[in-house]
Ligand binder design. Structure first.
Ligand code: AMP
Ligand code: MG
Length: 321
């Protein structure tokens, strides 16, 4: 029997958040949206008040005590940012705010401004105190930005909330960051069907369908936030070493993984690595699968054990790594 689905959506996290479940459960739905709101209020850097913003405002002055989840998430983000040659850097906030990509005031900064702001993005200047869960940014003007991982982290927390309420089949969509829980009750093969967006498409066209089961599907794409100046596209995934938007052959990278936090971290990192280095990395990380979408309309699939990709747009050519 095909179950009825119940869909709920709200404008949160700067996007449309939606939840699909298959049994009416108002208590669970309320708990999910309340949790989303609480986490957004703690983690956002797009409003003056949040726990992360209070750390940023105190940069160069004093340490700020934060709640346990915020401390733990920043500790994890810092650990990754400190890995050698890592394209993910949670201390990149000053540069993100300088460019303002996707926000009012977006602009191409001068080389000098970039140089100055790069000095404010060293993750070694983030000091964690595990005794009182306080965080200190050593330089004035430094800013933590969790934009590349917050949705992934939040999706995993929402999964816990649903499971606590005895919901074992659901889909959470945080504006393109999708987490599927359990099997899909809607299809014979029990897979969830997650659309892979066609970059820059005005009418939400899809390049293909990702069929997965009990997995997170997270995409980092240059079409999510960008602007043009003098015919050059500037997008929101910055190269933490140069301070400019990453410039490579990719339009997007999708990571299929168990945890959505992991998917979110590695969608950003693999975007930075590009196809060739990204595929080498994936050979050593069989728990992660990826779909690379190239500007030349090639789609490269890596580690395909946990998903099946169905091409819809015949302009694209699919290759298996
Ligand atoms: P995502 O879409 O997950 O790749 O995250 C992109 C967002 O993360 C941007 O909008 C910025 O807020 C932030 N960001 C940009 N570049 C980086 C970077 N190299 N490392 C960490 N966060 C970044
Ligand atoms: Mg990410």
């Amino acid at each position: 029997m095909v179950k009825a689905n119940y869909e709920y959506s709200q404008n949160l996290l700067g996007t449309i958040v939606s939840l699909t479940i298959y049994e009416a459960n108002e208590t669970a739905v309320k708990a999910v949206f309340a949790t989303l709101k609480i986490l957004e209020d703690k983690l956002t850097v797009n409003r003056p008040l949040s726990e992360v913003m209070s750390i940023n405002m105190a940069a160069g002055k004093h340490a700020v005590e934060v709640s346990r989840p915020v401390f733990d998430l920043i500790a994890q983000a810092l650990q990754i940012s400190l890995q050698p040659n890592c394209y993910f850097n949670c201390a990149i906030g000053a540069l993100v705010k300088l460019w303002q990509i996707g926000f009012k005031g977006q602009q191409v900064p001068t080389d000098e401004q970039i140089k100055q702001h790069l000095l404010l993005t060293n993750p070694r200047d983030i000091e964690l105190n595990t005794d009182n869960h306080s965080i200190f940014l050593k330089r004035k003007g430094m800013q933590i930005d969790l934009g590349a991982i917050a949705k992934g982290y939040i999706a995993d927390v929402i999964k816990e909330v649903l499971v606590k309420h005895n919901i074992h089949q659901a889909m959470i969509n945080l504006g393109g960051n999708v987490l599927t829980i359990g099997d899909s009750p809607l299809s014979d093969d029990k897979n969830w069907h997650v659309g892979l967006k066609k970059p820059f498409s005005r009418n939400q066209e899809l390049v293909g369908i990702i069929n997965v089961n009990n997995r997170s599907v997270v995409t980092s794409g240059i079409y999510e936030r960008f602007f043009y100046q003098h015919n050059h596209l500037y997008h929101h995934i910055l190269n933490p070493f140069t301070g400019y938007p990453l410039d490579n052959e990719l339009e997007s990278v999708t990571i299929i993984s168990k945890s959505s936090l992991e998917g979110d971290i590695y969608s950003t990192i693999l975007y930075g690595l590009g196809v060739s280095k990204g595929c080498e990395f994936l050979q050593r990380h069989s728990n992660l699968a990826a779909i690379f979408l190239l500007k030349n309309k090639t789609i490269v699939l890596a580690n395909t054990d946990n998903f099946y990709f169905q091409l819809l747009d015949k302009q694209y050519q699919v290759k298996q790594y």
